[in-house]
Design a protein around this ligand. Sequence first.
Ligand SMILES: O=C(O)CCC(=O)C(=O)O
Ligand SMILES: [Fe+2]
Length: 370
Amino acid sequence: MKDELLTELRNLFPGVPLVESPLFHSIIEDLGFSGEERRVALELHERGYAIIDFRDEELDHRIERIKDFLEPYFECDMADPQAVKNNGSVQRVQDGWLYNEDIRAIASNERILELLGKLYGRSAFPFQTLNFPVGTQQHLHSDSIHFSSMPERFMCGVWLAMEDIAESAGPLTYLPGSHKWPIINNAMIGRRGFESPREHAQQPFEKAWRALVQQSGVAQETFQARKGQALIWAANLLHGGSPQTDPTRTRWSQVTHYYFDDCAYYTPSFSDEALGQLDLRSIVDVGTGEPKPNLYLGKSLETAAEPVPTASFLKRLQKRLQGRAGLPDDFDPETYYRLNPDVAVAKFDAATHYLSHGKVEGRRYKFRIA
Ligand SMILES: O=C(O)CCC(=O)C(=O)O
Ligand SMILES: [Fe+2]
């Protein structure tokens, strides 16, 4: 094909990631990819995920430092395999990058950013980190419920194995090809999402996902990774944590979620798009620490002055809670922020957040006592 024609084809859908473009097969040869980039693009397109080696000369040292740093955050003694025990409570640290440069460096790895930029056709930036010491055993879900973009699909996750992952540790699991299934939203399941209780982000969708999986007959796969391998997955790939059959096994990992430039970033689970009620996110670029504006076709979307999309919901709750009743005597806002950096990022008041969300979510407000 002539060069001009290829360029024209490539530019027909600027609002769709290149790797998910309906013209993907016509344009792939025009993208100037290396052999490895081409493999990753084809796998992401067809299967919704691709496995790569995470290239960072410092990685082993970073992993050791991150483990040392995070250990006091968790409820069990990670040095003692008998004590690890996945007790089902929330064993994770969200947005640890705020307090740890190694977490931040992994999230903003230049090679990953360059690769994602090529695959999606827009600049990528990390907006959230999650660190897990053990398996999550999380229900199958699409991240499109939690963090989506307008235009859609400009979001992806990178799951990095910080040790060799055994089957009995409850590895990441996913359904190949499920990224091509419909993106389920509130309208499709007959639910109003705007200002609904925050603990109901994912559960209302689980039945529908289970039914789709059953109908598809597609077999679930697991990522039994070697330390230093990473898995990139597309915004709508169904994934979760498989059961942990050995309760003493750790499963150290870091997930970084990425968005792409020139989008509006929002939470579909708490939005009713048809009514223009968007639960817009206040996104911070992990690499620069700077906020990213919500844009649609280059123009800024009006956002609330307070970077808290649920302000009115919180206000109502606050009234009902009448002051600080129910707050533990040893509650310290700074410690709560350190243990739950996402709360700090969103500039929520620590005590209010704990009472309205943190408590029901099982969030911690004390470091483990050694
Ligand atoms: O690590 C897991 O088990 C699941 C992680 C996940 O769903 C996510 O980070 O989006
Ligand atoms: Fe997820």
